[in-house]
Structure formats: structure tokens, C-alpha cells
Design a protein around this ligand. Structure first.
Ligand code: ADP
Length: 880
């Protein structure tokens, strides 16, 4: 078989085993891709697609492959690296095979993962009526599994009720933002679940048959792996269905990473009852870790709170923001630690300086555990541990709150000090990152290595002495000894001195500028040197691997230290933000209240010149006025006060100080933040549908302990529909849910709702000779008008358009007045069981009004007979 055909045949055989990956097929100095792979990769990597004998192919240089793999992983692809296993030139076709499969969720290679966020591999399945999730960050060793009752199952988890399984899944997937998902086939086939998965971009999705999610098998494997008789100590019963999801992750990791991962030492639950729940729309609308404009970190809560000094601290801060706490004791523990640091600024400065010397310990530990750490990684780990231990020393001798010191026991300190000591004594300064070239171990670490090194050094000396000898013997003063890989050491004689070359010189090469020779003695010295160099490289590799292996028994201690340091970094970051921003410690209460004095929006404030932000007070109490209806013109500051209240509440629940003079915040189970009229074209839903979905979700899931923020709900449809929906939604929140609510609207009509739990607030506006100034101050009472025409003027709408709008406005107002006064509504026929002491509410327009308004609005001359008939039937329906 001709060579190329044989090679392609080999390619096909290997590719058949890695159908779902892009196969990097090593051909000399290139990784080549063929057929479908070449077409996909050339477009993702901007490579030129060529054709050889009709077959598409493209390639990349083997020494610069990492950026290409990084881009493919980012696009949600897997890469199988196929190497040449025999040397070129040996008989027959070169043997090749896949040595590694790189996938986005299992890699720990620095170049392929983002240091600023966790790199989760997640698995999803539905078993025994529960939606199960497991997530694993191989790069830090974090491993969790949990589940939620599916639709109709009840239970305390957020999401019980309509579509709870899908909402749970969406919320968790967006919180975790995994790079790779393994999903049970039948779950993926459910239309709503499949849609959620497809909606998430750049994620590699692997579907696995239902039988592969096997709880019993997973339980056995997990017990064996962690060396325990039961998983009860980790918080799982043997029957927990989520174990099946956890098991498949380890199976998948073992399949792909091809090394054990001893740093994955425990499986933890994630108790949603311990956390304040935030759905995806809320996280997005509050711009917690991504902004709405370009999904970047700029102008987010994360950007304001982030004063962390190390990568582990930053990742943890991000997690804390996305999963605030709900247990008062846990929050108070964080607040105690923040206050302690806040009150001792000298300590805080010293602590933050020391934190600055901590490197990404979690990921260095993972690399060590998975046999990927090179010598520079070990040095970095040693430095990082030393810096971490110095932080422990700093806090230990004081009466620092528990959170700052817990976990730092003697064993952890001893183990970590031992590790950094071993690294200090063994690894040389500025070592090689390769294992095969020597230059790894320190002088004095091994007597054998020292001996070989001196032999090598002496040989160099001998070479120099020999050169002198030959120079003197031949009289060729510019004689040189040089080295190249092909002929080894040689004596170089320039053209003009060839005649002086002695008889024992053996010519190896002729060049334009001179000749190259060897001698018997030179060959002898060379073999001594080579022998020593090879032996040194081999010995150094062995010694390095021994050191690396010996450190692994301390992984658990190192992980514990890394975790404490990451938490300390977050707490110090809160203390620093509190200092810089003049924040206060919030008081947490069991009652459902919010009482904020002089509150500010942390992000808007940070964007304005110092002192420009206007602080506001706000009081909500489910026993009294818990529903604030906020009216006022556009640009008056409604959205800002809404979001600032949600952000202050959230900040209090992550243990941060808050931007206010005082803040008393009742423990909250859920925050919902909805902004009317946002298209979600990616999901194929129209503005109004999205708005209604989200509103329905709130009405179905909010509890009296929740905080609901609604901004301009009902804006996505016509005015009559919009105002009616906004009105009815307000009533439902007031009567059935009775939770703390901020409801901003430009539907002035809503201010006529009268309810003991509703308070009308508005944004103060100063009107002076036709000019208006927004004071950004919240005041009691409804807004005097919507000032839309003023805002239009500010925006530069031409005068003639404004004049026409004003005339139309007058006509509409008189039309509205012509409608009959508000009528009393009938109480609802069937009261919902959650409705308490429903207040008689008033309908805004009667059916007759609506019919008259509709009749006035049509032009019979322009209607087709069919439209006229339809209209008639609608009209009669309205009146019925
Ligand atoms: P609305 O929702 O009423 O249209 P926004 O809340 O969007 O108004 O506020 C409009 C602008 O006013 C924002 O860009 C913000 O920078 C500024 N702003 C809002 N509230 C304040 C405040 N309390 N102090 C200073 N500037 C504010």
C-alpha cells in the first residue's frame, strides 16, 4: 500500500475511536486534521483549508499547538492528541496513537482555563422524581452533588411549582457556568431541558444513556475512592439519587485525564436551603458578576467588591456573590470577621500585603495531585505555602474571629511547612519546566548528582585544557572547540590555517570559511561529557519525581490551608471595600423587614464623582407597608433605588458591609429582580412573553420572606393590557404573597390602588418655569406626572414633534376623563388558600368603558368584513 494511503488508513482507524473529538494527527512537525475535522477546525481557528487528492486538510505547527487547543475548547470542542510513537525512518509506517484527550471540563492546563472562575464539569440526570446535579472543578478539587424535587413533588426547594425542574436546572447551570455537561439521554430529550442546554453557548455536551447513571455502582466507586465505609460523613444517604450524577463525573474524568486525581478527596452536598436563591434573570438584571452591556466584569457588583489579592480569593468571592447565605449564624460569622479587620486597619494592611504573595495554590495543588506540576510549579507552591503560613501566624496570635483561623490546626501548619521546606531544599532556582533536560535539582541535595555534575564540569575543564594543548602543538591560535547536534564536538580551523593542521586531526566537514575536525582524544572527552550529561538528566528526573510524589501525602493539608486563605482574602476584601466606601455593618433580623438609612447603589456610586450620589431611605415591613409603588418620570432614579435595595439586601447576605448609614435587613429566602420589556431573542421568545414568564415564575414561587423587585412590568404590551396586568400582579403580590416588594411603574393609574400594605413613593422632581430637575430623592406620595415630554425635549426631539405630542396628550387626557368613574369589583369567586384578608380592590375601567373605548378606536371604512365580524365577537365577549 502506498505510504499516504497506509497513513490515511491508520488515521481512520484511530479516528473511529475518537469520533466526538477533533483529532490532532502528528505528521512530522505538524498536527494535521483531515476531512470533517479539518472543515470544522479551519473555520474555528482561521486556518487555510487545503485539499490533497480531494481530501480536506489543515494543520498547525506542533510546537505552538496550545493556543489552538485553547480556542477549540472555548468553542466547546474536545481534542484528541495523536502522537508518533516510533521514530521516523524506522521500518514500515510510523506507529501513532492518542496519548491524551483534552476536554474543556477535565483539563487543568493553565493555558486552557480561566484563573478568574471555576472550571466546572457538570452532570445532570433525573432519577426517582428528583433532578440531580453534580459538579466537579478538577483544577481545584471541588466536588458537589445535590438534587431538587421535580415538578409536582413539593419539598422545600426553590422551584417547587410549575416548571420547577426546568427552572432549577436553568438557575443552577447559569450559576455554575460549566464548560462541559454530561446529561442523561432521556433528560436531554425533554423539549424544555434540551432547550436550556442548547441555549448555553460554548459548552461541550455529552449525552449518555440512562443506564450509565447508576446510583449503586456510583456509591461503591465513591466509597472506594474516598476510603470510607459510607458517605454519611459527607452528608449523603446511600439512597441519594444524586450519587449517580457524581459517579459519572469521576468515570468520565478517569476516561479522559488518564491519571488519578487524588486531590478530589470528598463529595459535598449543596444545600439550597442554606442559600438565598437567585434565579438567572435576577443575577443578570442585578449585574452581579457580568454587566448587561457586554457581559464583562466592568460595572458589576463583583467589580466593586473585588479587592482580593489572590486568584483563589477572587474565585471564592465570585461564588459568594452568586450564592448568598440564608443562615443568620453563618452570615454573622462572616460579618464578625469583616468587622474585626475593618476595626484594625494596620492588621488589614499587613494581611493584604501578605495575601499579595499567595499564588494560585488550589490549582498548583491540583497539578501536583495529577502529576502535572513541573519544577517551577513546585517553587510557586512552596512560596505560596510560605506566604499562607505567615498569614496564619499573623492571625493566630491574636483573638481573631473563628472564621479567619479555623482549619489552621497544627497538623495543617506542620504539613505545609514540611512541604515548603522540602521544596526549598530540593528544587533549584529558575529550574527547567521540562523533565528531561536536567536543571531541576539544587546542588547539595544529592551526593550522586553532585558527583556527576563535578564530572561534567571537570570535563569542560578538560576540554579547555585539551584545546590549549592542541593550540600550542599546532600553533593555530584561533583554534576553537565547538559543538553541534549532528557531529558533536569538533575542532574548527579557519581557511587560512588549514596548512598548519596536524596529522592526527581527522576531517569531518568542509565549509566555505574553514574545516571541522575531530581527534581520538576529543571523541573520548565527548563520550565522558555526554555520559555525564545524560546521567545527570536521568538522575534529576528521578529525584524530581521522587520529591513530587513525596509531597502528595500532604495534599489534604495544603487544600485546607488554601481554602482558609481564599476565605480570608474575601473577608479582607470586604473590609477594604467597607473602608474605602464608608459602608456600614448591616443588622440581620428574623423579621421580614428592610430598613435602610441613606442607602446608596454601590456600582452607580462608584461611577459618579465622590459625593454626587444622592442617598435614600427606605422602609419595608411585611407587618406594615411592604409594597412600595414607585412612580416618577424616566431618568428620575427609579431603577437605581430598586436595584440598590436588592444589592444591599444581597450584600448583607454574603457577609459584606453595605453602602448605607444603617441597614436592618430581614433574612431573605429569595430575591427576584425583573425588568419589563427585555427581549430574549436567543431563546426565541418575544419581549412580552419573557416578561410574562418571569412574572408568572415570581407569583408562583415568591414567599413572605422574599424580596421582589419589579421594574416597569407590563411595558411589553399595549397600555390597556399593560396597566391591567400590572394592577393585577400588584394585587396578587399584596394579598396572596405579601412579601417585601418594590414596584416601579410609569402607569400612573396604579397609584389609585388602595391597600393597607401599599405605600406610594415617587422620585422627587423640581419644576421651575417649565424646566425640571430630577432630585434622585425618594419621597412619600405618588408622582405628579410622568414628565415624558420634558424628557423627550432633553433628548432633543424637535419642537414641532413635541408640540403635536402635547396636543395629542390633551385629547387623550380628556378622553380618559370621559370614561366613567372607577367601579367596585366583585370579590374573587374562588379565593386562593394563600390569600389573607383580601381587600376590596377597584377595577380601573368597567367593561362598558372598555367597549366604548374599543368602538371609538375603530374605523369601519378600513375594516374587511372578516375583521368587522371578529371585532363584533370580541366586543360582545367584553360586554358579556
Ligand atoms: P429611571 O429608572 O427612573 O429611568 P435610573 O434609575 O435609570 O432612572 O437613573 C437615571 C440616571 O440617574 C442613572 O444613569 C444614574 O446614574 C442617575 N442616578 C440615579 N439615581 C441616582 C442617585 N440617587 N444619585 C445620583 N445619581 C443617580
Amino acid at each position: 500500500m502506498p505510504e499516504r494511503l497506509a497513513m490515511l488508513d491508520q488515521y481512520r482507524r484511530i479516528k473511529a475511536r475518537y469520533r466526538d473529538a477533533i483529532l490532532f494527527f502528528r505528521l512530522g512537525d505538524f498536527y494535521e486534521m483531515f476531512f470533517e475535522d479539518a472543515i470544522v477546525a479551519s473555520s474555528l481557528l482561521d486556518l487555510t483549508l487545503t485539499k490533497r487528492q480531494g481530501q480536506p486538510m489543515c494543520g498547525i505547527p506542533y510546537h505552538a499547538y496550545k493556543p489552538y487547543i485553547a480556542r477549540l475548547l472555548k468553542a466547546g470542542k474536545k481534542v484528541a492528541i495523536c502522537e508518533q510513537l516510533t521514530a521516523p525512518g524506522s521500518k514500515g509506517i510510523i506507529e501513532r496513537d492518542v496519548i491524551e484527550v483534552v476536554t474543556p471540563g477535565t483539563t487543568i492546563e493553565e493555558d486552557f482555563i480561566d484563573h478568574a472562575s471555576n472550571n466546572y464539569l457538570a452532570s445532570l440526570c433525573s432519577l426517582e422524581g428528583r433532578m440531580c446535579i453534580a459538579c466537579l472543578d478538577v483544577s481545584t478539587g471541588e466536588f458537589r452533588a445535590y438534587s431538587s424535587m421535580e415538578e409536582g413533588g413539593g419539598g422545600s426547594e426553590a422551584g417547587a411549582g410549575a416548571g420547577s425542574g426546568a427552572e432549577f436546572l436553568r438557575s443552577e447551570l447559569y450559576r455554575l457556568a460549566p464548560r462541559e455537561i454530561i446529561i442523561q439521554q432521556s433528560l436531554y430529550e425533554r423539549p424544555e431541558m434540551g432547550a436550556i442546554i442548547r441555549e448555553m453557548e460554548g459548552i461541550l455536551v455529552e449525552r449518555r444513556p440512562d443506564w450509565s447513571f447508576d446510583r449503586v455502582k456510583a456509591l461503591g466507586e465513591l466509597k472506594e475512592r474516598f476510603g470510607v465505609a459510607s458517605l454519611k460523613g459527607f452528608g449523603f444517604s446511600d439512597e441519594a439519587p444524586e450519587l449517580a450524577a457524581a459517579g459519572i463525573l469521576l468515570e468520565y474524568l478517569d476516561e479522559n485525564a488518564k491519571t488519578r486525581s487524588p486531590h478530589i478527596r470528598s463529595l459535598l452536598p449543596y444545600d439550597r436551603d442554606d442559600h438565598l436563591s437567585l434565579d438567572e434573570a435576577t443575577r443578570r438584571n442585578l449585574e452581579l458578576v457580568r454587566n448587561l452591556s457586554d457581559s464583562g466584569k466592568r460595572d458589576t457588583l463583583l467589580s466593586v467588591l473585588d479587592k482580593t489579592k489572590c486568584a483563589g480569593g477572587f474565585r471564592l468571592l465570585r461564588q459568594w456573590i452568586l450564592q448568598p447565605l440564608r443562615r443568620k449564624g453563618l452570615i454573622e460569622a462572616r460579618l464578625d470577621a469583616v468587622e474585626y479587620l475593618y476595626r484594625d486597619q494596620l492588621l488589614l494592611n499587613d494581611l493584604r500585603r501578605r495575601l499579595g504573595a499567595v499564588l494560585d495554590s488550589e490549582r498548583l495543588i491540583a497539578r501536583l495531585a495529577m502529576d502535572k506540576a513541573h519544577a517551577k510549579d513546585l517553587l510557586a507552591l512552596g512560596d505560596s505555602l510560605r506566604a499562607s503560613l505567615s498569614i496564619g501566624d499573623l492571625l493566630k496570635d491574636r483573638s481573631a474571629p473563628a472564621l479567619l483561623t479555623e482549619g489552621l490546626d497544627e497538623e495543617v501548619e506542620k504539613s505545609c511547612a514540611l512541604v515548603s521546606g522540602i521544596i526549598d531544599r530540593s528544587i533549584k532556582e529558575d529550574p527547567s519546566i521540562l523533565l528531561t533536560e536536567g536543571n531541576l535539582m539544587m546542588d547539595g541535595y544529592s551526593a550522586e548528582l553532585d558527583h556527576l555534575r563535578s564530572v561534567k564540569k571537570d570535563s569542560t575543564q578538560i576540554l579547555e585544557e585539551y584545546l590549549e594543548e592542541e593550540k600550542n602543538g599546532s600553533g593555530i591560535q584561533n583554534l576553537r572547540i565547538r559543538y553541534n547536534k549532528i557531529i558533536g564536538y569538533y575542532l574548527e580551523v579557519s581557511k587560512g590555517k588549514i596548512d598548519a593542521v596536524p596529522a592526527h586531526f581527522i576531517r569531518r566537514q568542509s565549509l566555505v570559511a574553514g574545516e571541522r575536525y575531530t581527534t581520538d582524544r576529543l571523541a573520548e572527552i565527548e563520550s565522558e561529557i555526554n555520559g555525564a550529561t545524560e546521567k545527570i538528566a536521568e538522575l534529576e528526573k528521578r529525584l524530581f519525581l521522587e520529591v513530587r510524589e513525596s509531597l502528595k501525602i500532604h495534599i489534604e493539608s495544603m487544600e485546607r490551608l488554601a481554602r482558609v486563605i481564599a476565605a480570608t482574602d474575601c473577608l479582607a476584601s470586604f473590609a477594604e471595600t467597607a473602608t474605602e466606601g464608608a459602608y456600614c455593618r448591616p443588622e440581620l433580623l428574623e423579621e421580614s423587614v428592610i430598613s435602610i438609612k441613606q442607602g446608596r447603589h454601590p456600582v452607580v456610586e462608584a461611577c459618579l464623582p465622590a459625593g454626587d450620589f444622592v442617598p435614600n431611605d427606605l422602609e419595608l415591613d411585611t407587618e406594615g407597608a411592604c409594597f412600595a409603588l414607585i412612580t416618577g418620570p424616566n431618568m428620575a432614579g427609579k431603577s437605581t433605588i430598586l436595584r440598590q435595595t436588592a444589592l444591599i439586601t444581597l450584600m448583607a447576605h454574603i457577609g459584606s458591609f453595605v453602602p448605607a448609614e444603617t441597614a436592618r435587613i430581614g433574612i431573605t429566602d429569595k430575591i427576584f429582580c425583573r425588568v419589563g420589556a427585555q427581549d430574549n431573542l436567543a431563546r426565541g421568545e418575544s419581549t412580552f412573553l419573557v416578561e410574562m414568564h418571569e412574572t408568572a415564575y415570581i407569583l408562583n414561587t415568591a414567599t413572605p420572606r422574599s424580596l421582589v423587585i419589579m421594574d416597569e412590568v407590563g411595558r411589553g404590551t399595549g397600555t390597556l393590557d399593560g396597566v391591567s396586568i400590572a394592577w393585577a400582579v400588584s394585587e396578587q403580590l399584596l394579598d396572596a404573597v405579601r412579601c417585601r416588594t418594590l414596584f416601579a411603574t410609569h402607569y400612573h393609574e396604579l397609584t389609585s390602588i388602595s391597600h393597607p400594605h401599599l405605600v406610594n413613593l415617587s422620585m422627587a422632581v423640581l419644576e421651575n418655569e417649565g424646566e425640571i430637575v430630577f432630585l434622585k430623592r425618594l419621597k412619600e406620595g405618588a408622582a405628579a406626572g410622568s414628565y415624558g415630554l420634558h424628557v423627550a425635549r432633553l433628548a432633543g426631539i424637535p419642537e414641532e414633534v413635541l408640540a403635536r405630542a402635547k396636543a395629542l396628550q390633551k385629547r387623550f387626557v380628556s378622553f380618559e376623563r370621559s370614561l366613567s368613574p372607577l367601579a367596585e369589583a366583585e370579590p374573587p369567586a374562588v379565593a386562593s388558600p394563600r390569600i389573607r384578608e383580601r381587600q376590596p380592590s377597584r377595577e380601573l375601567f368597567s367593561a362598558d368603558d372598555m367597549a366604548i373605548a374599543k368602538l371609538r378606536g375603530i374605523d369601519p371604512d378600513r375594516m374587511t368584513p372578516l375583521e368587522a365580524l371578529q371585532f363584533l365577537s370580541e366586543l360582545s365577549a367584553t360586554l358579556r
